[in-house]
Ligand binder design. Structure first.
Ligand code: GAL
Length: 633
């Protein structure tokens, strides 16, 4: 497959007289896709029922006529001001019960039935008008669900819908009381209508209550999205896409992805470095113009799974952004590197955000491919180069990694409900394993906990999984490769109780976690073979073979045939050793990477990426700063 490049464009921000020139410049640059429309509701429907399609007809005609394929966004992330007059109660409320007010975007509660219906209506009207347009290639539904912390809302609409959700799930209030353990602190209910949302309690709410609320919130996103899917599907067969965000985990992207054709995400490596990548200060200094080397790759693999193999980068950072604590420019060639890293992870398309920097409003300091005066930024030469290179490289075929990492959104919510120690974060734990594998030069598949079979892998990692569902238990029982489980995996039932057999609650595995310790920052429990455990350490008992011990003799890694249990959170040194040993047992070769160098093997090519600001010698080649190399395999 050959990847396409594209651009995010806002015709409503510019005079129509500019559109044709813009479109031809996009095509000249080698761009093939253009995404429009996703925030344009106030111009499509300036007042209730007054539909102004004329400008959008012209924009689609102009862009499509110039040879671009249009990705049409539904505008529902930005309800216009009049919508609030129609539904004064449509705003989300934060955990303190304060409204998330009009004046930016994403100011709606997923549980508001009226707004959900109106969203489906506008999506359906757009699809009716443009569903048969020869220029409309695909649809983007809404924009970045969950961005700006917008999934969890404590509104009255959410409370009412949550009570219905609970009644459907539990049928009787007695079974809810039993499942949640409401005998504790006299929390028993006699009616579903008594159950409030789990905020503003005196001390912590019941984690089973919070967990069900988080499941409900995720279901509300899926329900909201599905309303638009159905409305569009009535008029259009074009592919349906959503643009997910980096490290937004408040809804189950795998389940939402089941209703779409293609997953995409918005990749802002320099913004993410500072505000969500876990990089410590020295790493941030080192990579400040490059981004964290594994953060984007992790999401590429995650969203490839959410798209069942089909995925894009819908927004790629092209220069300084405006929203991180500090906003440097990428190193020269970095945008090219980011684009190739996505293609090496099988992205079908990479679209840059945005065409021209807007001189007004919130994002006036956010770079585009063009300056506000329409002069090209130097990054355009990198885009031209990638366009040419895509032709030279030819088809990049799919990788078939030997390793799977099981990622589970419910586990994210579970450990937010009950971290037990401030440093225990599921996403960070997953990233630590992922980074460990990338340091060894390995390519990885991320798979959901609903996976039916693991048989095509040689090594499977399952850190931090809340509970075993039946299909995963069966997949594990049949799995003949090497399995590494833990820490904290299988430590709950689906109802947020400690399992009868004690964690890790695995059939036939002679290992029990008798207690856990969470460790404050800076505390290290050394390991006899080097490195240490931090943040989390479990005391395990049983008669499995002990492969690693802490310096005071406590079992840290144990094995029973192909099943391994890791009883803590290893630092980089120990993680690298443990993963290397797992790979050796699984017959997987490793290629330890110099700092900042990464590689990805596809079916056709081996790509290498130098995230350093200096050249690196490796494997007989000098890879320049921010350089990419590839060879056929
Ligand atoms: C994304 C968003 C875009 C734009 C961009 C700026 O999160 O989808 O609309 O705001 O960030 O970096």
């Amino acid at each position: 497959m050959k990847a396409s490049l594209g651009i995010c464009y806002y015709p409503e921000h510019w005079p129509p007289a500019k559109w044709s020139e813009d479109a031809h410049r996009m095509v000249d640059l080698g761009l093939q896709l253009v995404r429009i429309g996703e925030f344009a509701w106030s111009r499509i429907e300036p007042s209730p029922g007054e539909l102004q399609w004329g400008w959008m007809d012209q924009a689609i005609e102009t862009l499509g006529g110039a040879g671009l394929k249009v990705v049409l966004g539904t505008p529902t992330a930005t309800p216009p001001r009049w919508m609030l007059d129609r539904y004064p109660d449509m705003l989300a409320l934060d955990i303190e019960g304060r409204p998330r007010k009009f004046g930016s975007r994403r100011h709606y509660c997923f549980s508001h039935a009226g707004y959900r219906e109106d969203s489906a209506t506008i999506a359906g009207l757009m699809a009716q008008r443009y569903g048969s347009s020869e220029y409309v290639h695909s649809w983007q539904i809404d924009n970045e669900y969950g961005c700006h912390d917008t999934v969890v809302s404590y509104s009255a609409a959410a409370r009412d819908a949550f009570q219905d959700w609970l009644a459907q799930h539990y049928s009787t209030i007695e079974s809810l009381n039993a499942a949640w353990g409401n005998v504790f602190w006299s929390m028993d209910y006699s009616d579903f209508g008594q159950i409030e949302l789990p905020n503003l309690t005196v001390t912590e709410p019941n984690p089973a209550h919070v967990m069900d609320f988080r499941r409900f919130c995720s279901d509300q996103v899926i329900r909201y999205n599905l309303a638009q899917v159905r409305a569009i599907r009535r008029h259009s067969d074009a592919s349906l896409i959503h643009n997910y965000m980096g490290r937004v985990t408040d809804f189950d992207h795998f389940r939402l992805g089941d209703d779409l054709d293609i997953a995409s995400w918005d990749s802002y490596p320099l913004g993410f470095l500072a505000d969500r990548s876990d990089a410590n200060e020295s790493r941030q200094q080192h990579f400040y113009q490059q981004g964290e080397p594994d953060f984007q790759a992790f999401h590429h693999d995650l969203y490839r799974a959410a798209g069942k193999g089909r995925w894009w980068v819908m927004e790629q950072q092209p220069g300084p952004v405006n929203w991180a604590p500090f906003n440097p420019a990428p190193l020269p060639n970095m945008v090219r590197l980011w684009t190739w890293e996505a293609i090496a992870h099988q992205a079908e398309a990479v679209c840059y955000f945005r065409w021209r920097q807007a001189p007004f409003a919130q994002e006036q300091m956010h770079a585009g491919l063009l300056r506000p005066d329409s002069i090209e930024m130097p990054v355009c030469d990198e885009v031209r180069q990638v366009v040419k290179e895509i032709e030279d490289v030819g088809s990049v075929t799919a990788a078939e990694p030997d390793i799977a990492l099981v990622f589970d959104y419910e586990s994210c919510w579970a450990w937010q409900c009950q971290p037990q120690g401030q440093s225990f974060d599921y996403f960070s734990l997953q990233l630590a394993f992922y980074r460990g594998l990338r340091r060894l030069g390995l390519s990885i598949d991320i798979v959901p906990a609903s996976v039916a079979s693991l048989d095509r892998y040689r090594l499977v990692l399952i850190p931090g999984l809340m509970y075993w569902n039946d299909s995963l238990r069966q997949a594990i029982e049949k799995f003949a490769g090497v399995l590494l489980v833990g820490p904290r995996s299988g430590s709950k039932t689906s109802q947020f109780a400690i399992p009868d057999k004690l964690p890790p609650d695995l059939h036939d595995f002679n290992c029990r976690v008798s207690y856990v310790e969470s460790l404050r920052p800076g505390v290290r429990r050394g390991l006899q073979q080097g490195g240490y455990m931090h943040s989390w350490l479990e005391c395990i008992e049983g008669d499995a073979e002990v492969l690693e011990k802490t310096s005071d003799g406590q079992a840290a890694l144990i094995a029973d045939s192909n099943l391994h249990y890791l009883a803590g959170w290893p630092d980089d040194e120990a993680m690298t050793r443990i993963l290397h040993n797992m790979c050796s047992s699984a017959g997987i070769g490793t290629t330890p990477m110099p700092p900042g160098l990464r590689q990805r093997a596809t079916g056709s090519h081996l790509f290498r990426f130098n995230y350093n600001g200096h050249a690196v010698e490796f494997d007989g080649t000098s890879i320049p700063a921010a350089g990419v190399t590839w060879k056929s395999v």
